[in-house]
Design a protein around this ligand. Structure first.
Ligand code: COA
Length: 328
């Protein structure tokens, strides 16, 4: 049976490092509060350019790692909540910037679960036998929708992009083995952008009332995220007969260190079995999970045969878990 294997990874973090002390300088917050409540020490800001630039740089790195040209790509899926524009899709802009002249593609809106949803989707194209090389990218320029004067949200997010290449594999038991995804739109109020869409088009008033930024009830999101991410991870373990000893890494969405720790604890994992980079990048939304994969792989901490449980929770609400047996 053909599976979809991850055959290359790439991560792009903009150069501009923004430490917690930056927010201390003008907001009523402290480095100690941010570190203890979130685990974040610094994040990256993209000063010039857009989400398609983050995505394109990440994709270039994945292609270079695989040693192939952009014309070999069949399909590009970009998970993002910060597209360059409503239309055309960010995937179209990435296709052009990469020179992937044989690819079609589309954007996928799954918020912090965007990469999990996109990896699930890309896998279907490979296992159906219709596509040979699918780029799955998670990229977000969160600074484009952040209210820098709101201490509840400004400290949480960063900009970044990361990509994986999916290809068919005939090796049994390797690649993307299983996925479980959920959607519950009743969670909309807790985390959304109030205006700019068809429900509330942009007007001078929506701009003045700061309706184009992230609106979040952090406590409400925290409560459901901590349950949802652990539940779906345990479901994946159970359905695939995985014990905590079988798992090399939990690869969690990086929103809050306390959510990550709680998920690991419920799965019976030590923190050495958990990929973490929230301290250096904050929450880069769709980019967090592939950025962890790329970093741990390039550090030599991820090896062929490792069992990984990828897990996320985000706006919608959206949540999901994927079992991957690492094949490179
Ligand atoms: N610095 C200092 N104090 C802050 C602060 C900051 N940056 N941000 C909020 N506070 C204050 C609050 O105003 C509140 O004060 P009050 O009690 O006087 O009202 C207090 O700290 C506690 O706020 P609370 O919201 O209860 O904190 P928390 O422990 O829930 O942590 C989050 C806040 C946002 C870090 C946390 O709720 C969270 O991570 N939620 C999930 C977010 C998430 O995952 N979002 C992305 C989708 S995946």
């Amino acid at each position: 049976m053909t599976t979809a294997a991850i055959t290359a990874v790439g991560h792009y973090a903009p150069d501009h490092v923004v430490p917690n002390s930056y927010f201390e300088s003008y907001l009523d917050t402290t480095d100690a509060w941010i570190v203890t409540r979130t685990g974040i020490r610094e994040r990256r800001f993209l000063d010039e350019g857009a989400t398609s630039d983050l995505a394109t740089e990440a994709a270039k790195r994945a292609l270079a790692m695989r040693g192939i040209g952009p014309e070999e790509i069949d399909c590009i899926i970009v998970a993002t909540v910060t597209p360059d524009m409503f239309f055309p899709s960010t995937a179209a802009l990435v296709q052009h910037k990469l020179g992937a002249k044989n690819a079609w593609g589309f954007d996928l809106s799954g918020a912090c679960s965007g990469f999990i949803f996109a990896l699930t989707t890309g896998t279907q194209f490979i296992t159906a036998g219709t596509h040979k090389k699918v780029l799955v990218i998670g990229a977000d320029k969160m600074t484009s929708i952040m209210d820098m004067n709101d201490r509840n949200t400004a400290i949480l997010f960063g900009d970044g992009g990361a990509a994986v290449l999916l290809e068919p594999s005939e090796e049994e038991g390797y690649g993307v083995i299983d996925a479980i995804n959920f959607l519950d739109g009743s969670g909309m109020e807790a985390l959304h952008m109030k205006a700019g869409g068809s429900a509330r088009p942009t007007t001078a008033e929506t701009v003045e009332q700061k309706m184009h930024y992230i609106t979040q009830d952090g406590k409400a999101v925290f409560k459901v995220a901590v349950v949802g991410m652990a539940d779906v991870s345990l479901d994946i373990m159970k359905r695939n007969n995985l014990t905590s000893e079988d798992i090399a890494y939990l690869v969690p969405h990086q929103a809050n260190m306390r959510i990550i720790q709680s998920t690991a604890q419920r799965m019976g994992l030590d923190m050495e079995q958990v990929m973490v980079n929230i301290d250096r990048y904050g929450n880069t939304t769709a980019a967090t999970i592939p950025s962890c994969l790329a970093e741990y792989y390039s550090d030599g901490r991820l090896t062929r045969g490792d069992n990984l449980v990828l897990a996320s929770f985000g706006a919608g609400y959206t949540w999901g878990g994927i079992y991957v047996r690492w094949s490179i």
